[in-house]
Write a protein that binds this ligand. Sequence first.
Ligand code: CS2
Length: 470
Amino acid sequence: MAGLGLPLTPRILHLGFGGFARAHTAAVVDRMNAALPPGAPGWGIVAARLHSGRAALDALDAAGGHYALVEADAEGERLLDIGSVVATLHPARDGAEALPDAIAASGLALVTLTVTEKGYGVADRVLDRTRPEIAADLDGAGWQSVPGLLVEGLARRRAAGRGGITLLSCDNLSENGRLLARAVENMARARDPALAEWIARSCAFPSSMVDRITPAPDAASRALIARLKGVEDVNGIVTEPFLQWVIEDCFAAERPPLDLGGATFVDDIRPWEAMKLRMLNASHTMLAHLGGLMGLATIDACMAEPLLRRAACRLMLDEAAPTLAGADLSGYAAALISRFANPRLGHRCAQIATDTSQKLPPRLLAPVTWHLDHGGDWPVMALAIAGWMAWARGVDESGRPLPLSDPLADAIRAAASGPDGAAHVAAMLSLSAIFPPMLAADPGFAAPVRAAYLSLRQKGVRATLAEILA
Ligand code: CS2
């Protein structure tokens, strides 16, 4: 572990310290530390990456844990210096033992995670034993997966006689805390049932909803940071002014007062998560694929295309909102449309269109299932699913290549290599890791998706949207 000697106590371990964590989690902790009463010890983050990103962590060490955060929108930009990181960890630099040892460290109270949907190693909400890294960890040899790492660290904690901790998922999955608890429970039980019981008794897995649109850094964001800060910063990150973190209030060890940093503690997270996944993230997935097929590069370019903008409104208000309880959903939708139109972000369709196999179930299949149960209409959601199926064929409407980056890329490519038309839809629906077989076999589901796909292929995105929105 590379210590940075800041006057903060390392009490939070963050797994997956990439751009989103720099713009969101670490920024909230930084703001919280600044608001603590004088004399109260600040909460330091040990920032860890599991695979890539070693050079960025080295640079963070060299900068004393500090980096630039720029909040930008049409109104202007604000440069902040974030200093909540006290140390960094990378297994390729610090060894495979360093991460489980950090989980077992005596002062640790909280592990936060942004490891993306695929990092949980689950399918159908249980541990997916067909994934090689999960199978290897179930055999008990070291750790390769996130659940394997957590269980190894918690086993060391228990063996050292230390108390339980809180494991807080910050990924876009419904009931992400339950999902993480299940993955850890499955892994622990396979290794040692007594450990699984200790974890269930001593640790907590709150669910949380995180929201801040944060594009992957690119040349433009790096240039903006260099201009504002006066020097380059490889950990610098450009994001939007908006930030939301809603956290289920069930902690095992001491709870950091994250509300001082802008987070909200609630008893029931489910309405918040469903609202964000089905309105924001579902629209993102729809816009990214349909916009990408039309040759548009970014979400703000999609918002400048009236048909796509109307499709996003329709998806949010007519198709997602009826499946949700409470709150001011039309105000939320209006705010989302203006956030999507932020001209300073350059949020790339191709970035959002990654890992869609993991994103379809919580964002689109869950609300569509609600409509199938309640007799509702979901034409834009059908088009969103069909848009991903069209993207999977690898070219946009002008024949330019579209990238496919997905943990199921091989299976998707194989399914997409057959004949086009209804046969292509059938092949995609047969990917049972995405579409539960009962759903794929339901004509109420398959027929609208097929019709949307055939229309996209025969008439194109524009004409199909115009028809649906007429
Ligand atoms: C996006 C999200 O990449 C994606 O799939 O939908 O990362 C989105 O930007 C965030 O959830 C916003 O909080």
